[in-house]
Design a protein around this ligand. Sequence first.
Ligand SMILES: [Zn+2]
Length: 137
Amino acid sequence: MTVPKIWRKIPEMYNLKGRICPECNSYFFPPREFCTKCGNEKMEDYFFQGIGKIISFTIIRTPVSDPENENMDIAARNIPYVLAIIELAEGPRLTAQVVDCRKEDVEIGKDVEMVFRKIMEKGEKGVIQYGYKFRLA
Ligand SMILES: [Zn+2]
């Protein structure tokens, strides 16, 4: 599978960048230096499509850090929120927040797609970080 050129122009942080083993076609996220299935050490970069399905999820109702702290994860300010284990179409699983939906609409087995959202906003300097989250497809 070829990677659309446009994706290469976007900073890595905006992509779900992992690795693929060209020997046995195993995908890895986060990236690994060698293939844990066949031992191959010549891994290639791979940008995941960003689609998958919900394997399990939990609703976070307690802030994970001090609400007075401006450096905290924005997600933690907007409780409750949904945190899910997502299996990507290519196989690897990851944990991510599910956004843009009612919590009661989140179900195991539902399809999701990746979106990029603000994750951190650091006070007066205005340093903003973006990262991946998912929404119902
Ligand atoms: Zn392999």
